[in-house]
Design a protein around this ligand. Sequence first.
Ligand code: 2P0
Length: 333
Amino acid sequence: MAPNRRTAVARAGTNIALVKYWGKRDDKLNLPRTGSLSLTLAGLETVTSVSVDPGLQHDHFELDGHIERGVPLGRVGRFLAIVRERAGAAGQFSRVVSRNSFPTAAGLASSASGFAALACAASAAYGLDLSPEQLSALARRGSGSAARSIFGGFVEMDPGVLPEGDDAVAHELVPPAGWNLRLVVAVTTEAAKDVSSSTGMAATEETSPLYEAWVASHGIDLEEARLAVVGRDLQVLGAVMERNCLGMHACMMAARPPLLYWNEATLAALREVWNLRARGVPVWFTIDAGPHVKALCRVEEAAAVKTALDKVPGVARTIVAAPGDGVRLESVG
Ligand code: 2P0
């Protein structure tokens, strides 16, 4: 039985996929169709506290100072129900307080850091002792990309083959200190996106005639990217990340109705990355299910890339992020 009135606090960095996850082999268990490869970031974090409170009649969820209801609360409540079931703590609800250091739901993968931090804090609060792999599988139930934020640095997510998905977990490829690159995030709007990733990927899988072709080419992308990360080959990694990202967005654009997460500044920033490269700066971009452009480069070029992206019309601000650590339990008691 889980202890009463236990509080745990966890911190997780978001991650950006360099080889993307887009589409599921099982909706209920949140099992991805493909593997993915990501970089966990320092400084773009969620800190979450989970307090088990026997006085509560249902879960409470506060995000960035707002009391959440409806869809966000439902998602957190369903996740906590999974943890409670494993802990034998049915009916013991929690108060969840979460804070992001970056805009929520705008394509900066807040669900990745959010569910990684929640998985860690909730499992500790309900008295579960999970290995990093088990934590990764648990975080995946909240959000596919969250499974990767359990680990730091360069991370690979395995789609797994088991029906229950116990092998659909992430693992570290290269630790944060192992390859000191920078990701320059060009924020092109502070607004939340209209179509969630879950909805967008389901629509893409169901209606885009390009989707299966992207899945078919994905295995080679993942293998080349993995080798490039292990071999610290930025040129190869950059080429793979751009083609894999553009392939994913092509699938979305070909969905019916079309799904376009980009705005004018997205395209302008993308072209600026190509301009920089044409001038000899080794930098490559990726774009997630949102309008922001994320440019990967060496530390030496990060300032020049930031300056160039800051000047792109429509870019609101830029954030330079270093490789970051995996999820961390800050306190429990
Ligand atoms: C990724 N994205 O690999 C891809 C690329 C966005 C574009 O994972 O449905 O919020 O909760 O598993 O994890 C965003 O999707 O989706 C995402 P669910 P999630 O990072």
